[in-house]
Design a protein around this ligand. Structure first.
Ligand SMILES: [Zn+2]
Ligand SMILES: [Zn+2]
Length: 359
């Protein structure tokens, strides 16, 4: 028990001091001599590359193995993800795999069930011991092990000195360190912490309500696309989090770009049919819960009728999936239109038109 309450002073002081230094330093530079425009561009570059180093790198590549990547890409993520100061890939991935396995339970390192602020930042203030038993695959990558062994010098250099050195090209070493280093680090910390707090707190659950993970497009804007967290917890092997082409998921787009350049391959993608089935099952569960409490009179056999509508929709969808690649275009069109009309009436039922479920 005593072990649980021990405070990790180094992390705690670091997480409290870095925003103070970042904000105060930026204000001081701004007032005393102004911050050159290229320093702000560097700030944005560091923001994006370290944030995506965590989401596309630490998270989707290393923790979930959602795709494979060449050495330059892996090194980029080890260096820039490291500059996000969120511990080594080995520790981060070990925690994250435990999070998925035991989500919302006692073992979940950042369980939202222990409170919003616990999931956001307070869990980091506690001293923890890592067994690193659940990441044997990652230990086989010598570069990941190298990053773990030299964990402190790598982020210290990449997070502070690297932007400082780049900014010295236009004579702004201090701006590089304070604005593109400290300020960027603190903002980025909280942007990624949102994934553990807000993405388990506010949003919709189109795929499952068996855990607290939520889909939230607004949060995707700040989390490099990880706002589609309900989908992610259901289909963690998928390299995407936002699955529709217009879903804001820059991590997905970066991975896809790497693939087009031949730098990434084996991108795992859950088949659309499987995602669709999960969604329909969740729709049905919601309807049942709603209708059980409904005040309007329902036919006695509403449960079996609803079940039939769902089955019929999934059958039409399976037929269409099987037919999609067929040469017989007319038949494909016919089956697709049957599926579309079944889907339309399912959506009518969802929108509250109970009578259409019984027509
Ligand atoms: Zn989660
Ligand atoms: Zn994950």
């Amino acid at each position: 028990m005593q072990k649980e309450t021990r405070i990790n002073w180094v992390t705690t002081i670091f997480l409290i001091l870095t925003p103070i230094v970042g904000i105060a330093g930026t204000i001081w530079l701004g007032i005393s001599r102004g911050i050159p425009f290229p320093t702000w561009l560097l700030f944005l570059f560091m923001m994006f590359s370290t944030g995506i180093g965590i989401t596309a790198g630490y998270h989707r590549l290393f923790s979930h193995r959602a795709y494979k990547a060449s050495l330059p890409v892996r090194l980029f993520f080890l260096l820039f993800g490291g500059a996000a100061f969120q511990s080594s890939v080995l520790e981060w991935s070990s925690d994250h795999r435990i999070h998925h396995r035991y989500v919302d339970k006692e073992e979940d390192p950042y369980a939202i069930t222990k409170g919003f602020w616990f999931a956001h930042i307070l869990w980091l203030f506690k001293k923890r011991e890592y067994t690193l038993q659940n990441i044997p695959d990652l230990r086989e990558d010598k570069w990941i092990v190298w990053q773990h062994e030299y964990y402190l010098p790598i982020p210290i250099f990449m997070c502070f000195f690297f932007p400082g050195l780049i900014a010295s090209f236009w004579g702004d070493f201090a701006g590089g360190v304070l604005v593109a280093g400290f300020l960027r680090l603190s903002i980025n910390h909280h942007f990624t912490f949102f994934i553990n707090s807000l993405c388990h707190f506010k949003g919709s659950q189109p795929f499952s309500d068996k855990h607290t993970a939520k889909d939230n497009w607004f949060l995707a804007l700040f989390t490099y696309g990880e706002g589609y967290h309900n989908f992610h917890h259901e289909f963690q092997a998928d390299y995407r989090n936002g699955i529709r082409f217009f879903d804001y998921d820059p991590s997905k787009w970066l991975i896809k770009t790497f693939a087009l350049l031949g730098l990434a391959w084996d991108l795992k993608q859950i088949p659309d049919e499987q995602i669709f089935r999960k969604r329909v099952q969740m729709d049905e569960k919601r309807l049942r819960q709603k209708w059980e409490k409904a005040s309007v009179p329902l036919p006695k056999d509403w449960e079996s009728r609803l079940e039939n509508r769902k089955r019929s929709l999934l059958e039409r969808q399976a037929e269409w999936t099987a037919q999609k690649d067929s040469q017989d275009k007319n038949k494909t069109k016919e089956i697709e239109s049957e599926f579309r009309s079944e889907l339309k009436s399912w959506k009518r039922i969802l929108s509250g038109d109970i009578s259409s479920a019984f027509s």
